[in-house]
Design a protein around this ligand. Structure first.
Ligand code: SF4
Ligand code: SF4
Length: 386
């Protein structure tokens, strides 16, 4: 790997939020207190050092920023107030902007104006589409599937899912190429990629490593935070499954009885999303914990759009049950506009991408570990065969 020095790296990371990293004198206290760091991955100190010396290529190949969950233990103990936890967060934002080949992530992270404009553009496009393409407006009763035929919405979901997956997967492929292309990596057998898949699935669904850090600030508090996050994730995964696989059952003009799972599964997802977004927004507003002290525009946008998507979804349901056609149709369009803005702007380019990149990084660590084990086993067998 070429060792290039980028004298602007330091300033770049500051723009992404690592405002105090100048103060670091590399004492290593942060690594000593981080319960997720070990001998093989001495973060956050190593990352602080790479930033300070402008080692832009080495930073690009680093997996360590993704092993940090921003619990803030290191920042609380840093004798210089260099805020290494925030520097790790800033590094993740910087890395996301490098994985993203379109350049949009970079603009969204560095400019609130870009954030707001992108969201408004998507919303106006959805409203514009509905203005021209909606079905008949029935006013004597609620006929949502006449106004917005479910097969059209399904088709829109599929197209959007395909486009979003394309951006996410191509960005993730760049990440994998860089992390696995680090110096000294042995050749990777296909079996390593397959055997590491459970690592991705478990960490994506549970973020279980998060429970191991932040305990210096109180184990109960950390567990509460992890649980809130789990509830939020369960909410949008449930909603995702309902909308992608069961839309015909979920978006219906028939009113199911109160005990029908169609109602309760939807209400659970909505309650989980409202609870999670409100708790995290209050935390960011109060700024009492290290993790909440510094928020980028896209962090706020993520929470606000997710909250509004859920709220408008609930309102559509209540207006439908109340039998108010015009209110149902108009809030439904607003709901889809906000939802599309959240999906298109946040999922591949903004805050949400963390949820893919972090478990994916753990998957890549596992792949690397399995490849190293296979290489060591081959090396042991070679002299015996000779
Ligand atoms: S960030 Fe703070 S604790 Fe970590 S090496 Fe620098 S000065 Fe030491
Ligand atoms: S924020 Fe927590 S997980 Fe991240 S480096 Fe600091 S102590 Fe470790």
């Amino acid at each position: 790997m070429a060792t290039r020095v980028n004298l602007d790296l330091h300033d770049e990371l500051k723009a992404f939020g690592g405002k105090d990293l100048d103060l670091c004198y590399n004492c290593g206290t942060c690594t000593a207190v981080c319960s997720l760091a070990d001998e093989g991955s001495a973060f956050p100190r190593r990352i602080m050092h790479l930033i300070q010396v402008g080692a832009t290529e080495r930073l690009k190949h680093s997996v360590e920023p993704w092993l940090c969950y921003y619990c803030g233990d290191c920042s609380a103990q840093c004798p210089r107030g260099a805020n290494p936890g925030e520097a790790m967060m800033a590094t993740r934002r910087h890395l996301i902007s490098r994985y993203d080949w379109t350049g949009l992530s970079r603009r969204l992270y560095l400019s609130n104006a870009w954030n707001i404009t992108a969201v408004l553009l998507v919303m106006l496009s959805v409203v514009g589409l509905f203005a021209f393409l909606h079905g008949p407006v029935v006013l004597d009763h609620v006929a949502l599937n006449t106004f917005a035929p479910v097969h059209w919405i399904e088709l829109g979901d599929l197209v959007m899912g395909g486009v979003l997956s394309f951006f996410l997967l191509t960005n993730a492929a760049r990440m994998a190429t860089w992390i696995l292309g680090d110096v000294g990596m042995p050749a990777i057998p296909i079996s390593a990629f397959v055997r590491a898949i459970p690592e991705f699935v478990v960490n994506f669904a549970t973020q279980k490593r998060w429970r191991r850090c932040g305990t210096a600030q109180g184990e109960a508090k950390q567990n509460r935070r992890w649980l809130t996050h789990l509830i939020l994730v369960s909410g949008y995964l449930t909603m995702f499954v309902l909308i992608v696989f069961f839309l015909k059952w979920f978006q219906t003009d028939a009113v199911y009885p109160i005990y029908n799972p169609q109602r309760w599964i939807g209400y659970y997802a909505a309650a989980a999303l409202l609870y999670g977004t409100v708790v995290f927004a209050i935390g960011r507003w109060r700024k009492r914990d290290e993790i909440d002290k510094f928020s980028a525009g896209t962090d706020w946008m993520f929470l606000i759009l997710l909250f509004l998507t859920t709220l408008t979804g609930l309102l559509v349901n209540f207006f439908r049950l109340a039998g108010w056609p015009l209110a149902t149709y108009s809030v439904y369009v607003l709901h889809l506009a906000i939802d599309a803005a959240w999906l298109i702007v946040q999922v591949p380019f903004g805050k949400w991408s963390h949820f893919l990149y972090r478990p994916f990084a753990l998957y890549l660590v596992k792949v690397r570990e399995l490849a190293e084990k296979a290489a060591a086993a081959d090396a042991e067998e070679a002299p015996a065969a000779a």
